[in-house]
Ligand binder design. Sequence first.
Ligand code: SF4
Ligand code: SF4
Length: 511
Amino acid sequence: MNMFCFQCEQTAQGKGCTLQGVCGKKANTSNLQDELTSKLIELANCGEKNEINTELIIDGLFTTITNVNFDDKSIKKFIKKVQRNIKCDTNFDIKTVWDCNEDTRSLKSLILFGLKGMAAYAHHSRVLGYKDNDIDNFFYEALQEISKNLPTYELLNLVLKTGEINLKYMQLLDKANTETYGIPEPRKVTTNIEKGPFIIVTGHDLRDLSLLLEQTKDKGINIYTHGEMLPCHAYPKLNKYSHLKGNFGTAWQNQQKEFDNVPAAILFTTNCIMPVKDSYKDRVFTTSVVEYPDMVHIDENKDFTPVIEKSIELGGYKEDKKMTGINGGDTLTVGFGHKTVLSVVDKVIDAIKSGDVKHIFLVGGCDGARPGRNYYTDFVKKAPKNTIILTLACGKYRFNDMDLGEINGIPRLLDMGQCNDAYSAIKVAVEISKVLNCSINDLPLSFVLSWYEQKAVCILLTLLYLGIENIKLGPTLPAFLSSNILNILVDKYKIKQIKTPEEDLKELLSR
Ligand code: SF4
Ligand code: SF4
């Protein structure tokens, strides 16, 4: 059976996966995900705008993100639910987009993949009770436009509008997370694991972690974050649980190695799940939109008893176990969201004015398996000592166990949080530019981003919407960008693929 998917960075030969996904997605699953996407577009065209349909659109798009759902049964069930709510005669097949001329395909892909990433942020806000009907309506509008024949300039405007709306969703999620769990505070997190039963929680969902912490308190089970859950340690209402002990392992692409025979239960709350190996398949649990064939799925009632029982049965390590990050460090510092950084903004501005801080780099984004991603470790190692590194998302694991020291009491490495906390970086940049009375592009600030899946796409669109120039993107450029569309981005925004850390540092520091 054939398939076509080119939505992520690891797509086959930099062109598209056509027989099986490099991510492990089978052709059948990929085609079902295309069918689901087509049905969601039909729903946007032919369904009422109401809460049920909005949720179907948001969760349906989230289901099709890379490394979220490998389970054909659950995707088929979802398609049926969507079909029931399509109220007029309509027929749309997303494959017609894959077959369009390459510029239209490129722009529609940018919009669709941006919507998928944004759907993840909308989902996380909604589970905490934070919704905004006005911005939700954009999902209907944009999906409808994807099904129409539109000129390039209209599609280009819609690409930027997707970035604009994504900024609003990131803002809403920031509000949801901070009003529910408190303002993130700087904290040190260990990578070492204590003996005894434990549960590893991965993905991005703060609510799932919070519910699990409540259900496991006083049970003699320790909880460790993994991957993008690491920033949870910074939230006071999550950190208050003494059995939230530390962080297990590194970024998602190392999970098959790091979970091999681990004596603990593993809960996936969202992506990135990889094909599950035999050595740990009896201890993997999924919840929410993430599903994998034959793994136990925890439903919306969020009764984590099977996860708890499995962790007790496995018993954890017999002795305390020393583990490190990829550079050998065993302490990770988190909690530099916009409120914390802005509380010392005067210090940062003084350091910029005095020349003590020559440049600020935002180095982060999604991590992945390609060897070229060592660039990000090398970039941070080679960045001069009078520079500050802001970071976010799982790309930080390339360097977050290193001690980079301080400048005038300001840590050189500031972990702002999950990928959606790009909102924090934007807020800090805007505030500094206001005080210095210049544009963001005039600040001694550069974006050096790694991308992998569709959340990285919506963040990139937000940065473009804000007019941010000179972004370095890697390790490769998206396969879905046609040469004409890439040229537009290069001409207008001076976006470039990463080269070597030395060349890029030289160029960015001379700006
Ligand atoms: S998600 Fe990525 S790796 Fe998986 S099938 Fe699509 S392009 Fe290929
Ligand atoms: S930041 Fe991207 S690549 Fe990393 S875990 Fe999250 S979704 Fe996956």
